[in-house]
Design a protein around this ligand. Sequence first.
Ligand SMILES: [Zn+2]
Length: 309
Amino acid sequence: MKILLSVLLIAIFTNAIAQKKQVCITVDDLPTVPYALQSKDHDLEITQKLIDTFTKNSIPAIGYVNERKLYPNGKLNQSKVELLELWLENGLEFGNHTYSHLNYHKVTFQEFTEDIIKGEKVTKKLAKKYNTKVKYFRHPYLRSGLDKEHTDSLKKFLAENNYTEAPVTIDNEDYLFAKAYSMAYKNQDSELMKRIGENYIDYMEEKLIFYENMSTNLFGRNIAQTLLVHASLLNAHYMDELVEMFQKHQYEFVSQETVLTDTAYQEEVTKFGDWGISWLDRWALSKGKRGDFFKGDPVTPEFILEMNK
Ligand SMILES: [Zn+2]
């Protein structure tokens, strides 16, 4: 009887683990997005707070770097490099996000690919020091090609240079909240900061549910999701809450490598446009979904849009 009960409990426990949903947290525009608040202390606060939340919760987050930000006055700034070292010291990894955050749809193929190579100089050296590699690429503005030929030529270039593309499934406007939050911070308006932060978490929860539903409607299951956020003060201050929100929805946090093992990411994109949308949207469009399939996408609150004007 005791054995039977143990077997039953193990079965229930295993099932609970198997049903855990997965998300990879990807942080773009490293080392930081400071808006109007440029200072060494501010950079460190953003970096340290993000890292604290990730390490405390054993989250294998990845940061996508724009190396141009390491040269604020045209020469390599050591304290900016140290911010990146903090990520690596804590076991987190980097991806390439181009040197200067170029839009692939607006520059020549040569300009874009040169910017990718220029953007790996410091990070590759640092990664080597910490026995890790820079293996992933995130398209700035999620612009990955205007048509099939344009997309394929970039894919080929990335593969030849040992990069794997890192699609985003939970796309959102965190940067609009973040800019508003930084303005409120600058004005020392703690009430407004709180209002923005709380609205941000609610909005991100709505986005999560929206993309979960889209995934279920498209694949018949909730795929391993990839969240895009930026290295802003808002995310530094609210990463704990964001993590709790995902935990409330039964998520476990996985690495960039693990998330890409979900077969959904092999789904072919056959519809193209000048857009920077979620890959779930791209897969849906490619499978012929139109109109109503995309309805209900949560919108950014009016007061946040007003503050961004
Ligand atoms: Zn970016």
